[in-house]
Design a protein around this ligand. Structure first.
Ligand code: MGD
Ligand code: MGD
Ligand code: SF4
Ligand code: MO
Length: 692
């Protein structure tokens, strides 16, 4: 009998603002073709280099297919396949004993961005763990400070539609690399450039995005706050600001104006390492080329002073009256348009109050005793790979090696983290489970229908939550809904406060695949209303003052000390930046041979002067190190990074490389707002590897 080919529509679950529409063609239960949904308005029929070969990811020979129990010492890699019943029974037995001795707060779930789905991520982060009374994880590894700073200043995260860049005469992409990290913005930007839009990129590294710019400006890392205030200083000194707009739409302008006196061009040049003339030129360009769009993401703020940096940048479109103009303003995130109803996600009303919050950036320290009373006795990891992606990896791994820590990892692959588990549970891929996706770059909602049956005995996150709930004897119906019932439940609850969802039903999502939600006004803040307490742009923020933070945008020189224990000469320190790799999404896909080949072996970029001073030649093996740890990389010598700066992409798996990746050096100190990670405030020293 001839087999039939069926087409299933889905959505990309990965941590990327584009949330593309996908089509999987299935024959006899096996996915045979995979490509972009031509009808999805953002995707426009093409996928990025990472996800195009997705079937190699789904059918990777290393996919975990059964639950495993460790039988050798922790991390020894000795595993015995067990049944789901055995795995769940063992988890239940261990947890009941831990709860009896320490309380459920001794159990910590750790998850982040393996998938961004409503069901498999948002609801799985909430319901079961809240019912259990487990510790809560503070989700601060990515963009917490920027989210906090933008909301404090503008009231909400809203962003222009990608295609509206056609109206921009000037675009400043500031500490963001959309060629790699928001690829579907790029064709719109390229079209605008062809029509005459000028592009400025501000980044210490000449990224793929910077290579396509009219002007690449490379400041010293973490000095962007001073740069923004310096630009503001010049704009005001030259009378290029919009006094009328400021008077009508902001609070705190007089106070900010007084502060700007502290940022004359000469001082800003000294702080940023940029020529004074460039700062003046950029200020004039920004203030006189309108509409002018500033586009940021999260890499820029992964510094000790990241929150204030974003506050200072947010002030610029206010100063020039660019908020609310099509083609102007700030492009950051669309997340503020649609926030899932928290009660429906979390079911707080029927759960014990939150036990306590553990900052995910402090995982190593938390496991090693920083969190006590009760100490963390069990860790349940899903949708994240903390041994590879969390800062200060040496501490994280020391924590994971604790013999008395009961660690369960729910994963598709034997990751750096799974290696340290007591029990591993096999997880489904996006092609094997249902979900609903909103995006952080746009407002298209997309349903992901399961295309193929789960591989082997793998199960989805939400299915596992139900099994854990049964094991723990919970009987609330909302722990046992199907994925579709969860979607209906959350959609219904969220529609009460979101008019855009009024006619969105699961049925329609299933038929249409994706639905574009329309918000009024379509240009953010075009109605002149900002959802802050004052209804205006809060240049002065009373809520920040109440938290003991600087209520005005400011710049603080905050540098990591590299935990220098006296072994390293302070004058030789360099700043290591570890942003996105083009072919991986953090550590996802960094085990896929085709993508690994395209990315090449783990490398670090350095300026020729810094290489020469250390006797390093291109291609040499080098050690990047500080008091926290070290890792070995291949030297790329290039003027694409400024002197004093090293760049090495994040996401490498340690056990596929040298046993260590860049996070052995990164700091687990917290930033100035919202417990933010500070990966890029990383002071390191560089030397040729012995024998390299
Ligand atoms: N291909 C790919 N795409 C991804 C990811 C990935 O790993 N790979 N990760 C996803 C995730 S989790 C996120 S949060 C987003 C992040 O998206 P982006 O923020 O665009 O990506 P990053 O590379 O983290 O950071 C952007 C740039 O910030 C620069 N930078 C660092 N410090 C400073 C500074 O002090 N000043 C200035 N001006 N620039 C600085 C870095 O050099 C880098 O080029 O991307 C998502 N998309
Ligand atoms: N040095 C350095 N480190 C960084 C950063 C940096 O800039 N520099 N950036 C940080 C940022 S912005 C982020 S967001 C984090 C991201 O860090 P993570 O959130 O840990 O993201 P990934 O590395 O993609 O790992 C996700 C894991 O989830 C698994 N997974 C995927 N889908 C599912 C599923 O449905 N169920 C289960 N159970 N598992 C699944 C994948 O196999 C993968 O191993 O990394 C941070 N790490
Ligand atoms: S990672 Fe981003 S660009 Fe690539 S397919 Fe997914 S959503 Fe689209
Ligand atoms: Mo992120």
């Amino acid at each position: 009998m001839p087999s039939t080919l069926i087409k299933i529509r889905g959505a990309c679950p990965h941590d990327c603002p584009d949330t593309c529409g996908l089509i999987t063609e299935v024959e006899n239960g096996r996915a045979v073709n995979f490509y972009a949904d031509p009808d999805h308005p953002i995707t426009q029929g093409w996928l990025c280099a990472k996800v195009r070969p997705y079937l190699d990811h789904v059918y990777h020979p290393d996919r975990l297919q059964t639950p495993l129990r460790r039988f050798g010492p922790k991390g020894s890699g000795e595993w015995q396949p067990i049944t789901w019943d055995e795995a769940l029974g063992e988890i239940g037995t261990r947890w009941r004993a831990i709860i009896a001795e320490h309380g459920a707060a001794a159990i910590l779930p750790y998850s982040y961005s393996g998938t961004l789905g409503l069901v498999q991520m948002a609801v799985c982060n909430g319901r079961f763990w809240n019912r259990l009374g487990a510790s809560q994880l503070e989700p601060s590894i990515c963009g917490a400070a920027a989210e906090f700073a933008v909301e404090a200043t503008l009231g909400a995260r809203r962003t222009a539609r990608y295609e509206d860049v056609a109206y921009s005469k000037l675009v400043i992409v500031w500490g963001h690399n959309p060629v790699s990290t928001a690829p579907h913005f790029m064709p719109h930007l390229k079209d605008a450039q062809r029509a005459g839009t000028q592009l400025v990129v501000i980044d210490p590294r000449r990224t793929r995005t910077a290579k396509g710019a009219d002007w690449h400006i490379a400041p010293k890392p973490a000095t962007d706050g001073a740069l923004a205030l310096g630009l503001a200083h010049i704009i005001v000194a030259e009378g290029l600001h919009d006094e009328t707009w400021l008077a009508a739409h902001t609070v705190g302008w007089p106070e900010l104006r007084a502060r700007l006196a502290e940022y004359p061009p000469a001082r800003v040049a000294a702080i940023t390492g940029l020529p004074e003339a460039d700062i003046v030129k950029l200020a004039r360009l920004y203030a006189t080329t309108q509409p002018a769009l500033i586009k940021i993401a999260d890499g820029l703020q992964r510094h000790l002073n990241g929150g204030q940096t974003i506050r200072a940048i947010c002030a610029l479109p206010a100063l020039t009256g660019q908020y609310g103009r099509r083609g102007g303003g700030l492009a950051y995130s669309a997340s503020g348009y649609l926030q899932w109803d928290s009660a429906a996600l979390n079911k707080w009303a029927e759960c014990p109050p939150p036990a306590r919050w553990v900052n995910m950036n402090r995982l190593g320290a938390a496991l090693l005793g920083e969190v006590s009373d009760p100490p963390i006795q069990s860790l349940f990891v899903f949708g994240s790979n903390p041994a590879a992606i969390a800062p200060n990896a040496g501490q994280v791994i020391a924590g994971l090696q604790r013999e008395d820590l009961f660690t369960v990892v729910h994963e598709l692959f034997m990751t750096d983290t799974a290696v340290y588990a007591d029990i591993i549970l096999p997880a489904t891929s996006q092609l094997e489970h249902a979900d609903l996706h909103k995006a952080y770059g746009h407002t298209v909602l997309a349903y992901n229908a399961p295309a193929i049956p789960p591989l082997g005995e793998s199960k989805s996150n939400w299915e596992v939550m139900g099994l854990l709930a049964r094991e723990m004897g919970f009987d609330e119906a909302w722990l046992y809904q199907s994925a579709d019932e969860v979607i209906e439940d959350v959609l219904r609850a969220t529609a009460v406060t979101h008019a855009a969802l009024a006619d969105v039903t699961l049925e329609r999502l299933k038929t249409d695949g994706s639905i574009e939600l329309h918000h009024e006004p379509s240009v953010p803040f075009a109605d002149g209303r900002f959802p802050t307490a004052s209804g205006k742009v809060e240049l002065f923020s009373q809520p920040l003052a109440d938290l003991g933070l600087d209520p005005l945008p400011g710049y603080v020189a905050a540098e990591d000390d590299g935990r220098n224990d006296g072994r390293f000469a302070p004058a030789d320190a360099l700043n290591l930046i570890t942003g996105a790799a083009h072919h991986f999404v953090t550590s996802s896909f960094a085990n896929q041979p085709g993508l690994l080949a395209r990315e090449g072996e783990p490398f670090v970029e350095m300026h020729p002067d810094d290489a020469a001073a250390r006797g390093i030649a291109p291609g040499d093996r080098v050690v990047v190190e500080n008091g926290r740890g070290w890792c070995e990389l291949k030297a790329i010598v290039t003027d694409g990074v400024r002197p004093g700066v090293l760049a090495s992409p994040k996401g490498r798996w340690s056990w596929l490389g040298n046993g260590r990746n860049v996070n052995w050096t990164t700091p687990d100190a917290l930033g100035d707002m919202a417990g933010q990670s500070t990966f890029h405030s990383n002071r390191v020293w560089l030397r040729k590897a012995s024998g390299g």
